[in-house]
Write a protein that binds this ligand. Structure first.
Ligand code: GLN
Length: 489
């Protein structure tokens, strides 16, 4: 394998054996980005000089035996994460000139553990979308087939990992934005339990749904990054005061007794969702068989409120977004329209020019749904539905260890195919939204390819704070299917 293809664990071994330096590795990746990212569009900002400095420092640390988990490992960050001194745009023109004064908690943790931050990746503006077509800067193309989307909203991060531009990346997931692009790009994406990872320094989209998580080349790397980024943080009052296990122990459990004794539930409502692509169905059925061969018992379960998930999410998320985005008013941060002296006019013009069409649509939906007299009918009602969805999951987990499902109804669609039809776009989120609504963890693991060679993943979801089960089952699955196809750029 070539350097750019290696996962974190292999790179780490080479670094520790002094067979490569972080400086050379970082340079190889930067050259690769320079050569190929024009065709992919994964990065908004490439932090070349600082990355090389950090790599040099990592090499010194290795020479002095001052070694942490990520020393010298190049990692990319979704451009929704605040990075001190590096532009953080959120994919929006409104933050075109925003340079944070501080690092988000996960960024500090990565740095403390020696990571090299190679750049900031493209996303749907403020993480609103499923295709990375809603960025104000560029579209990102799927490295497996450049006529197709990489998924979204963390499409830049997923594309960067699969294209070999970095060893791993962080994304954020409000309704599927880590898992769905991971599935479309054949990489691993883990959305942790709500509260597992601090959101401090993650620009908020839907505060009760957002979670940061790893996008990696394999399941072991996801565990490794989870060990680094998890844990309570006094800067985020919603971060959970709960012990963080050593996630790498999940693999010992697998080595000991495979997946014997585990039960996977398949929601009967998911199989009758309209518009599931036959290739997705085929890969899903094969995945089911592979898990059975590892000793997993498969059983049918029911999530009776599945039909209401998309509608309830697309009330709750825009409501929270409209409130969170009120701060971008031309005064506090970023872009300001200076063509008028009238304050209200200035607000209007700033927001009309600064935000793209999808963000404006969501602000309008959210503002409408939260306006006086409507709260009970919309946000209140959607929150009640959300409770029913949570209860569906609690009941389901009484009879299974994890829930198995597709990640998305189809493989990556073509660029432009759904962009003028928001409703169709929203419906593609059907399998991923519930994990955010219920606050539970979910993982997407590569499972196969469509007839046209586009990647397809499977999703596993577990009880709150039971990422261990996902890592163990995901790892077991990954070991049996051994996907051998390479992504050629
Ligand atoms: N596609 C969903 C949305 O647009 C989810 C996005 C996300 O997880 N950030 O809201």
């Amino acid at each position: 394998m070539e350097l750019h293809e290696l996962n974190i664990s292999s790179v780490r071994q080479l670094l520790l054996k002094r067979e490569i330096t972080s400086f050379d590795l970082t340079q190889v990746l930067l050259q690769r980005i320079e050569k190929f990212d024009g065709k992919i569009g994964a990065f908004i900002t490439i932090d070349k000089e600082r990355a090389l400095e950090q790599a040099k420092k990592a090499d010194e640390d290795i020479a002095n035996n001052n070694i942490s988990v990520l020393t010298g490992i190049p990692i990319a960050l979704k451009d929704l994460l605040c990075t001190k001194g590096i532009k953080t745009t959120c994919g929006s023109k409104i933050l075109d000139n925003f340079i944070p004064q501080y690092d988000g908690t996960v960024v500090s943790k990565l740095k403390k553990n020696g990571a090299v931050i190679i750049g900031k990746t493209n996303l749907d503006e403020f993480a609103m979308g499923s295709s990375t077509e809603n960025s104000s800067y560029q579209i990102t193309r799927n490295p497996w087939n450049k006529d197709h989307v990489p998924g979204g909203s963390s499409g830049g991060s997923a594309a960067a990992v699969t294209a070999g531009f970095c060893c791993a990346a962080l994304g954020s997931d409000t309704g599927g934005s880590i898992r769905q692009p991971a599935s479309h790009c054949s990489v691993v994406g883990l959305k942790p339990t709500y509260g597992r990872v601090s959101r401090f320094g993650l620009v908020s989209y839907g505060s009760s749904l957002d979670q940061i998580g790893p996008i990696t080349k394999d399941v072991k790397d996801a565990a490794l990054l989870m060990n680094v980024i998890s844990g309570n943080d006094k800067m985020d009052s919603t971060s959970a005061k709960i012990d963080v296990p050593d996630f790498s122990r999940a693999f010992d459990q697998f080595e000991k007794n495979s997946l014997k004794g585990m039960t996977a539930g398949i929601p009967k409502e998911y199989l009758s969702v309209e518009g599931i692509d036959p290739d997705v169905e085929k890969v899903f059925n094969e995945a089911k068989k592979s898990l059975e061969s590892l000793g997993v018992t498969i059983r049918e379960i029911s999530l009776p409120h599945t039909d209401y998930v998309v509608a309830a999410y697309y009330i709750i998320a825009p409501c929270e977004a409209s409130s969170n985005l009120a701060r971008f008013d031309g005064v506090k941060y970023g872009f300001r329209d200076r063509s008028t002296d009238d304050l209200i006019e200035m607000y209007k013009k700033t927001k009309s020019k600064g935000f793209g069409p999808e963000v404006q649509r969501r602000i309008m939906i959210g503002t409408f749904a939260l306006s006086a007299g409507y709260y009970d009918a919309y946000y209140g009602r959607a929150s009640q539905v959300r409770t029913l969805i949570m209860e569906d999951f609690s009941r389901a987990f009484e009879t299974c260890d994890f829930i198995l499902s597709p990640v998305a109804p189809t493989p990556a669609f073509k660029i432009g195919e759904n962009i003028d039809d928001p409703l169709t776009m929203y419906l593609t989120d059907i399998f991923t939204l519930s994990a955010n609504m219920a606050g539970i963890p979910g993982i997407s693991v590569p499972a196969g390819y469509s007839a046209k060679g586009l990647p397809i993943g499977i999703q596993m979801m577990a009880k709150r704070f039971d990422e261990m089960t996902l890592l163990r089952a995901g790892y077991g699955f990954e070991q049996t299917i051994k996907l051998g196809v390479r992504c050629e750029l």
